[in-house]
Design a protein around this ligand. Structure first.
Ligand code: GDP
Ligand code: IMO
Ligand code: MG
Length: 432
């Protein structure tokens, strides 16, 4: 049985990772977020109850599981605390089973203000961010001016750093973005109000994870966003500001790469992306309406309509190579149920008719590719909630086998609906 498993999205986020993490965490001791912040949004259905998580790791709903926010995560104190309290209102008590690294960087109001001001200021470079301040918070980290959870322990020093940071931010906000400055006292009082709550959760995460590995406990590492939103490997600049790919799990949690023994790539039976950026297989009008309606493709963080398109196997091949996936999980199969024909992108046509089976690496070259599709027959019958591969209609089995054949990688899990129970387990690798 695999012990240290990374689960992450193979597309542009919203693949249904949260549901899969929740399901597969059942027997694990810890579930670890390693990057991103409250820009993520995962919708889970457990016992018919809808639960939306943003920064709290998805596996935490199981009683025995402790949630960890590793050093790669950026934390908005107010967002984390509000999420914990809003879960309490739903009868889910997790306050005493979340641990955070003191090296997590803080997302504070001036990051949000900067994120919003930037998105407003340009019509050309607009990314379509979640406006949660994630990009500016990671910028501060790399620029070595950020505040971390550990800084909350020394408020005197934090006050000095905060003054300098706000001098820097307000200069830009006022002079460049022609926006209002951020008030030092209000930011400081927000920090002071929330500091004791967060300090209580601090733990030595690498040490905890190493002892868990020594005592052969199971760990799940939960990626947020998706492969093509990765700052290095995604469709830059239309990406998020962290490493959402598998390599990020090691850096963002503090355990070495050789400790991971299985990496699961989650992808949905079609594609979606929120915000701007290249999307070769994007569809519009009737088909877009179909995907949006059947798949309920509206963001769980911002409520924005997601752009939709056909499944792109060229992008998935790249995702397999970047993440060294051990196996795949196909989600939202049921969304295809009532399509006459189903297309999968098997190659790109580039300028001058050159056929390519790799994704472009540079942003300008994405405009030059158009998808080449293979068309497979639909099945026109409901697969919602089916639990066994043999119960799937012939055309659905055919569709799944064809994807495996092209990708040269097995599909180990198939999700057939939003509920925890709507799953086909083809290989019970985690003894769930
Ligand atoms: P995540 O960010 O990757 O966790 O995904 P989101 O939660 O943002 O988006 C996935 C959406 O699809 C959620 O509303 C889920 O409830 C839903 N979902 C997950 N798996 C399935 C599935 O197999 N079928 C259907 N119909 N919905 C699913
Ligand atoms: P989950 O974990 C889908 C997108 C935003 C925008 C870009 C940058 O639910 O899959 P940011 O606020 O991160 O600076 O925005 O990244 N984005 C997501 N898209 N799912 C997500 O998370 C996302 N998190 C960020 O829409 O295009
Ligand atoms: Mg999501």
């Amino acid at each position: 049985m695999y012990k240290n498993v990374i689960i992450l999205g193979a597309q542009w986020g919203d693949e249904g990772k949260g549901k899969i993490v929740d399901l597969l965490t059942k027997k694990s001791s810890y579930v670890v977020r390693y990057q991103g912040g409250h820009n993520a949004g995962h919708t889970l259905y457990v016992n018919k109850k809808k639960i939306i998580l943003h920064i709290v790791p998805s596996g935490i709903l199981h009683d025995n599981v402790v949630g960890i926010l590793g050093n790669g995560v950026v934390i908005s104190p107010i967002a984390l605390i509000n999420e914990i309290y809003s879960l309490e209102k739903q009868g889910i008590f997790i306050k005493d089973k979340i641990l955070i690294s003191e090296n997590c960087f803080l997302v504070l109001p001036y990051h949000v203000h900067m994120d919003v001001s930037r998105e407003k200021s340009s019509e050309i470079d607009i990314i379509g961010t979640t406006k949660r301040g994630i990009g500016p918070a990671y910028e501060d980290k790399i620029a070595r001016r950020g505040l971390r959870i550990g800084d909350l322990r020394n408020i005197k020093q934090l006050e000095i750093k905060l003054k300098e940071i706000l001098y820097y931010y307000n200069f830009q906000l006022i002079n460049f973005y022609k926006s209002n400055p951020v008030d030092y006292n209000s930011v400081l009082s927000e920090i002071l109000d929330n500091a004791p709550f967060l300090i209580n959760m601090i733990a030595d995460i690498p040490e905890i994870l190493h002892s868990a590995i020594k005592s052969k406990k199971m760990l799940i590492f939960e990626g947020a966003q998706g492969t093509f939103l990765d700052i290095d490997h995604g469709t830059y600049p239309y990406v998020t500001s962290s490493n959402s790919t598998a390599g990020g799990a090691s850096i963002g949690s503090g355990i070495g790469p050789l400790n991971f023994d299985y990496i699961l790539g989650v992808f949905k039976a079609y594609s979606t992306r929120v915000g701007f950026g290249p999307f070769p297989t994007e569809v519009f009008n009737k088909l877009d309406d179909y995907f949006c309606k059947q798949g309920k493709e509206f963001g769980s963080t911002t409520g924005r309509k997601r752009r939709t398109g056909w499944l792109d196997l060229i992008m998935l091949k790249r995702a397999i190579c970047i993440n060294s996936f051990s196996g795949l999980c196909l989600t939202k199969l049921d969304v295809l149920d009532y399509l006459q024909d189903i297309k999968i992108c098997v190659a790109y046509r580039k300028n001058h008719d050159i056929i390519s089976t790799t994704t472009p690496l540079f942003i300008d070259n994405w405009n030059e590719v158009t998808p080449i599709y293979e068309t497979l027959p639909g099945w026109n019958v409901s697969t919602m909630g089916i639990n066994s591969f043999s119960d799937l209609p012939y055309a659905a089995k055919n569709y799944i086998r064809r994807i495996e054949e092209i990708l040269e990688l097995p599909i180990h899990f198939i999700s057939t609906g939003p509920d925890r129970k709507h799953i086909i387990i083809l290989n019970n690798l985690f003894d769930i």
